[in-house]
Design a protein around this ligand. Structure first.
Ligand code: 13P
Ligand code: SF4
Length: 304
């Protein structure tokens, strides 16, 4: 019998999450993918995530339900230009966010997710290394600001998180008379992040909500994709959790690529149809696996 394992990112619709064997953030899903005993891994997420799953579990067939599910951090990065940029810093360690193509990963020394980026870069600086960071400019700017680094940054953004707007947030805050909080994903713009009570990955924010002990009447604004609000409200139905606005009155910021994972597309993928990640060469996968494994090894050592 064909063993099919379905993985879904927190940003997919609730009905897609309910079809999955595992739901998680990028780091968790990479670890599940690597360990999955499966003939087929259906990845209800975006293409770079399915590529990562294939790189980590090359014997499984990995299928992305919709071939158009990309990510702006990937499409805004020209790999030939990235290679030239990387070559202009021969003495630096190149750290890349997991939201990158397989080719991009293969050019990198380390891959990070939003969950471990702070710790891995701190570890490199502690070792006396100099670091360049790609592709997320907002995340890099936040790290430089927060820790006083001077990392040269590649300049791409998440088209979803980049829309969170400081002025709209201030207005939304002003309209709340009681306690209010902002938690934010590090792909958001720096002025939003510097005003946040907590900055962290998708799972980090979910854990913050689960552990919240403050006034139950407080309003908690969340600057990230709307899919995770489902999980937050499920975990804490007692709290007033709202997506941060991108303009006055709008709680409407979702990732078009994640939402391409419709019920029909996921069902087709579970039957073996969709975009199969079968176009990466063994050499490309080997080169990309090295910096990913470095991250997974670091994460397992530090977080377990
Ligand atoms: P996480 O690493 O928090 O899962 O984020 C992935 C992502 O695509 C955020 O936009
Ligand atoms: Fe990419 Fe942004 Fe969508 Fe995440 S939310 S997959 S970073 S476009």
């Amino acid at each position: 019998m064909t063993r099919v394992v379905t993985l879904a990112h927190y940003y997919t619709q609730p009905e897609i999450q309910q079809m999955a064997d595992k739901v998680g953030d990028s780091l968790e899903l990479s670890l599940y993918a690597r360990e999955a005993e499966a003939d087929i891994i259906v990845f209800a997420g975006v293409r770079f995530m399915a590529e990562t799953a294939k790189i980590l579990n090359p014997n499984a067939r990995v299928i992305l339900p919709d071939a158009q599910s990309t990510c702006s951090l990937v499409t805004q990065t020209d790999v030939a230009a990235l290679r030239r940029w990387r070559e202009s810093y021969p003495d630096h360690v190149h750290v890349s966010y997991i939201n990158s193509s397989a080719e991009h990963k293969a050019l990198s020394d380390w891959i990070v997710t939003s969950r471990n980026v702070d710790d891995i870069i701190a570890h490199l600086y502690e070792q006396g290394q100099q670091v360049i960071f790609s592709p997320d400019r907002n995340m890099g700017a936040y790290l430089n600001f927060q820790y006083g680094y001077d990392m040269p940054l590649w300049s791409a953004v998440c088209e979803v998180h980049d829309k969170f707007n400081e002025a709209a947030l201030k207005e939304a805050f002003a309209a709340v008379t009681g306690d209010k909080y902002l938690i934010a994903h590090p792909e958001s713009p720096l002025p939003v992040l510097t005003g946040a009570d907590y900055v962290g990955s998708t799972s980090g924010m979910l854990n913050w909500i689960k552990a919240y002990q403050g006034d139950a009447a407080a309003v908690i604004f969340v600057a990230t994709e709307d899919g995770i609000l489902y999980n937050m409200r499920l975990a804490r139905p007692d709290l007033d959790i709202r997506q941060a606005p991108i303009y006055a009155g709008c709680q409407c910021n979702s990732c078009p690529y994640m939402k391409m994972n419709t019920i029909e597309a996921v069902k087709r993928a579970q039957a073996g149809q969709g975009l199969e990640i079968d176009y990466l060469t063994a050499e490309q996968m080997d080169d990309a696996r090295l910096p990913i494994e470095r991250m997974l090894e670091f994460s397992q050592r530090y977080y377990q």
